[in-house]
Design a protein around this ligand. Structure first.
Ligand SMILES: C[C@@](CO)(OP(=O)(O)O)[C@H](O)COP(=O)(O)OP(=O)(O)OC[C@H]1O[C@@H](n2ccc(N)nc2=O)[C@H](O)[C@@H]1O
Ligand SMILES: Nc1ncnc2c1ncn2[C@@H]1O[C@H](COP(=O)(O)OP(=O)(O)O)[C@@H](O)[C@H]1O
Length: 284
């Protein structure tokens, strides 16, 4: 038997870092949603007690460092599953980009293996398992739009944002999330981000208020280390995107655009100097 799952990318519409906790993680408040750029997972039963990962992408680990492998091992251990699984990852989401590609693959593996092995694990339990794999995995289990608190695992589902185009541009650098949080200095008194404004703008489906209230406290850290992220932001703004921000720890920059007529201009303008540009929709 085989099962298939889609693993969409996420973007952060707000990312407020409140403080560094005693366990080394940062307490956050962020609004997250999914876009229709997705990896695809094909999971097939293996009679042997083994986990095999393959992918067309040459640049991700295929061993126990792969988050889909870790998801399979966790579920096998916790539910004493003796069968094995072969997971093929068709990667479309750029890696180490701030788009949660690995986390979404792990979440898709949890959902898919729950079906493949007929385990009937409730969604909340899949999310608890996901939290053992990474802070963004619980959100990726359900997707939708959510306010994430704690280190990212405490989720409150909210309405989807007003529909619009999303232009994603990833500069050719890889950013480590641990490194960005490590450089973040909560005491430095950065501009505070109001997730409340973002949440209210979504509740009232006010696209322009959403664009003006977005903010990401990790942006200054990544921009400080990689000036090309600022250049990309400025270019997107100049080309007419309505709201522009870095996603997560970066380096991907996204622009929200309400009018179809403007999307081509933003896309073509960016393609002149940035190889990885995608035009997607928010998942509703
Ligand atoms: C910044 C965000 C925003 O959505 O996304 P990405 O840029 O990774 O996509 C997340 O907070 C990333 O979540 P995730 O990528 O799952 O992080 P994890 O694997 O749990 O943690 C990687 C490292 O980041 C740091 N970390 C992560 C989350 C958090 N709330 N505080 C932290 O300090 C820790 O040093 C941890 O060792
Ligand atoms: N299935 C996977 N897809 C992508 N990256 C993975 C995967 N499993 C493990 N990784 C590793 O996780 C790290 C973060 O990747 P990713 O989740 O794409 O980034 P981000 O957390 O910035 O959104 C990378 O260094 C990559 O090698």
């Amino acid at each position: 038997m085989k099962v298939y799952e889609k693993a969409p990318a996420k973007i952060n519409l707000s990312l407020d870092v409140l403080y560094k906790r005693a366990d080394g993680y940062h307490e956050v408040e962020m609004v997250m949603t999914m876009v229709d750029l997705a990896d695809r997972l094909e999971m097939s039963e293996l009679p042997r007690d083994t986990i095999i990962i393959s992918s067309q992408a040459g640049y991700i680990p295929l061993d126990e460092k792969n988050l889909a492998f870790q998801a399979a091992r966790l579920i096998k251990d916790r539910y004493q599953v003796k069968q094995g699984v072969y997971i093929h990852l068709d990667k479309k989401i750029p890696v180490a980009a701030g788009l949660a590609g690995g986390s979404s693959d792990a979440a898709a593996a949890l959902r898919g293996l729950n079906r493949l092995w007929k385990l009937n694990i409730p969604t909340e339990e899949l999310q608890r398992l996901g939290a053992e794999l990474g802070s963004d995995v619980p959100f990726c289990v359900t997707g939708g739009t959510a306010v994430a608190r704690g280190r990212g695992e405490k989720l409150e589902m909210i309405d989807n944002p007003p529909q619009c185009w999303v232009v994603l541009a990833k500069p050719p650098i890889n950013v480590s999330t641990a490194d960005v949080y490590g450089r973040f200095n909560a005491a430095k008194g950065q501009r505070r981000i109001s997730s409340k404004d973002v949440i209210e703008s979504i509740e009232s489906q006010d696209f322009h208020r959403l664009c003006s209230s977005m903010g990401n406290m990790l942006e200054d850290v990544t921009v400080g280390a990689y000036p090309e992220v600022r250049q990309l932001k400025e270019s997107m703004q100049r080309l007419g995107a309505d709201g522009v921000m870095m996603s997560g720890s970066g380096p991907t920059v996204f622009g929200l655009v309400s009018k179809e007529s403007k999307v081509a201009r933003v896309y073509n303008g960016l393609r002149g100097f940035c190889k990885e540009v995608y035009v997607v929709r928010m998942l509703t």
